[in-house]
Design a protein around this ligand. Sequence first.
Ligand code: PEP
Ligand code: MN
Length: 336
Amino acid sequence: MLIIIKKEINENELQPLLNEVKTHDLKYAYLNGEEYDILRLEGNLTKVDEKKISAFDFVLQVIKISPSYQKVSNKDEQSFINVNGIKIGRNESIVVMAGPCSIENYDQLKRIGTQVKHFGAAFLRAGAYKPRTSPYSFQGLKSEGISILKRVKEELKMPVVSEITSILAIDEFKDVDIIQIGARNMQNYKLLKAVAKLNKPILLKRGFASTVEEWLMSAEYIIKEGNNQVILCERGVRSFEPLTRFSLDFSVIPLIKKLSNLPIIVDPSHASGHFELVESLSLAVIAAGADGLIIEVHDKPFEALSDGIQSIKPDRFASLMEKAKKVAHAIGRDMF
Ligand code: PEP
Ligand code: MN
């Protein structure tokens, strides 16, 4: 970190800043320049509050050289996450998670699960706890949904992904293989710290109004608690465009790869908000280097209790998977 300091400053005035630096046990060097001075800090800078430093009136600018998401940006960390023998990561096969937005009943989940497994999905996705914009919309089957999910998981021998929305439900997620933190909870730090302790893979969706730095800081919360099994999921951000539900931010795929070793997958269903757009987005993100997809599939979308409009039917899913294989091969990757 470089702290740019006004030239005319004297030692007494500088002392409180040096004291602040000393409390964090950092190495520092004071460099006298012609137009300004520079205080260079080295060491573990995670606890240094740049806003506090900027508040000294003789500080002209604070320049961070390394990011605050130190653990997320550690490229020595392994680049894949192993979920029951399925590896998710940048040098691995592309994985697909598919299933309905919500668990509606046992028959529905079993039918859809059977189909998506048949067409190549590695994981069954299905929500039991649904964060809905309207309090009058279907909120999910909750505990009953989790029991159905567990039953279908065992019958289909298929690992499952499901969203947790509250710490209170944490004990119910023992048999869920990947725990999803939804866009609306990306910055629910209590929840992040609690799920980190479960030592299970966490699918961390990007908040729809969150910057990449905020997203990676949320991942840092989980890794800091000792759980480095974080899978990032881009699901579209809010833009000025009303004709799609959100705007898929493709640029984060190569960007995340530059900044971190964490796997990055994409949700084309919530990003687009319409079933007709899901296939194109899926193929495009594979071409761009995504490590996986999470897709909403429903065999009777018109009866779905949530997100029917963006759910593709199993036959469309089958055709998407065929094309995805071709795109993956074209860039030298396989589909799981
Ligand atoms: C979901 O996966 O059904 C969901 C609610 O996703 P998001 O948090 O991305 O809106
Ligand atoms: Mn949904």
